[in-house]
Design a protein around this ligand. Structure first.
Ligand code: NAP
Ligand code: ZN
Length: 359
């Protein structure tokens, strides 16, 4: 008979898991593998709550394997190191993002793009090389191959810095890849949630003019006064949307739900780029005429490789960029998920794991 999650491995672990598509999370005992020669074991301090966690716990993408312990914006402290570990020592402050393994041999891995490796192993809801399931950061400890562990800069606060491990790299990577970093260019950020608000900050650090495109008029004041956006467009306001046609060089679309692309494409100038990172549960409709007539491009991007994630963390540390967070206790996670579903978060929930994980 197959072993239970609690008996599979020698290191006892405890976290919160969703057990069915209600998405409700509750206490869950499981286990982590022994610290291998190339592994570090990490005591988890903080973990951000990404909308992907919500998609997953509710099985909105259709591939959730219950029970699922979400969480891929992990900051913690190294408590054990394997004998071959070179990058880290016990006591180091570290981060773990969306992926914890890959093949290390394919073209993507060779180019430091482990995030596009066909055998990439996600931090949760994936299978490890030994055939056991991966469980994420809504838990007390995690064991990870050191290659996939990030050095967490000392001057980044571990709570407000945690969301950079997914939200930060997911918007930084396409800005770099698609050439969206030239100072003075105009960036639109669609959706002012976890990813969107970090995109505003990183965009400003690159010297861009940043406009938020949002469905929530109530976010306008903060977007400008607190997050540093230059302007704010309410997507349901036809006059304002019309006035902004042909004004943007690029847009990062972080919207988590099905939405029309045509209004966003119309905001782009000739040769403009719309880069989608949001992952709605159903396909979006792609209008071809405005793309053809304006030589515009629609692209996508999936988090980032480990090297680039480290570069992004160092960039954020240098520019003083963190997420704006609401720090919650583990026991508040179900309420937080309900609020996240309604775009009611400023602008990322982070779980105070070490101080609130109770059985
Ligand atoms: P989030 O905090 O919930 O933010 C999403 C924002 O989208 C909301 O705050 C809201 O902004 C807007 N929105 C929500 N429903 C909408 C609707 N029906 N129509 C128009 N706008 C709507 O989520 P997040 O954590 O930033 O994640 C965003 C998406 O990116 C999710 O789908 C997530 O799974 C995905 N993601 C992808 C990657 C990747 O590698 N590509 C990585 C992480 C996350 P306003 O209130 O301003 O309209
Ligand atoms: Zn995420």
């Amino acid at each position: 008979m197959a072993k239970s999650p609690e008996e599979e491995h020698p290191q006892k672990a405890f976290g919160w898991a969703a057990k069915d598509s209600s998405g409700l999370l509750s206490p869950f005992h499981f286990s982590r593998r022994e610290t291998g020669d190339g592994d570090v074991t990490i005591k988890i301090l903080y973990c951000g709550v990404c909308h992907s966690d919500l998609h997953n716990v509710k099985n909105e993408w259709g591939f959730t394997m219950y029970p699922v312990v979400p969480g891929h914006e992990i900051v913690g402290t190294v408590t054990k190191t394997g004998k071959n570990v070179k990058k880290f020592k016990v006591g180091d402050r570290v981060g773990v993002g969306v992926l914890v393994d890959s093949c290390k041999r394919c073209e993507s891995c060779q180019q430091d793009l482990e995030n596009y490796c066909p055998q990439m192993i996600l931090t949760y809801n994936s299978y490890s090389q030994d055939g056991t399931k991966t469980y994420g950061g809504y838990s007390d400890i995690v064991v990870v191959d050191e290659h996939y562990v990030l050095r967490f800069p000392e001057n980044l606060p571990p709570d407000a810095g945690a969301p950079l491990l997914c939200a930060g790299i997911t918007v930084y990577s396409p800005m770099k890849y698609y050439g969206m970093t030239e100072p003075g260019k105009h960036l639109g950020v669609a959706g002012l949630g976890g990813l969107g608000h970090v995109a505003v900050k990183i965009g400003k650090a690159f010297g861009l003019k940043v406009t938020v495109i949002s469905t929530s008029p109530k976010k306008e004041e903060e977007a400008i006064d607190r997050l540093g956006a230059d302007s704010f467009l309410v997507s349901s306001n036809p006059a304002k949307m019309k006035a902004a046609i042909n004004t943007m060089d690029f847009i990062i679309d972080t919207v988590s739900a099905v939405h029309p692309l045509a209004p966003l494409i119309s905001l782009l100038k000739l040769n403009g780029k719309l880069i989608t990172v949001g992952l709605p549960e159903k396909p979006l409709e792609l209008p071809i005429f405005p793309l053809v007539l304006g030589r515009k491009l629609v692209g996508g991007s999936d988090v980032g490789g480990i090297k680039e994630t480290q570069e992004m963390l160092d960039f954020c540390a240098k520019h003083g960029i963190t997420a704006d967070i609401e720090l919650i206790k583990m026991g508040d996670i179900n309420t937080a998920m309900e609020r996240l579903a309604k775009s009611d978060v400023k602008y990322r929930f982070v779980i105070d794991v070490a101080n609130s994980l109770s059985q």
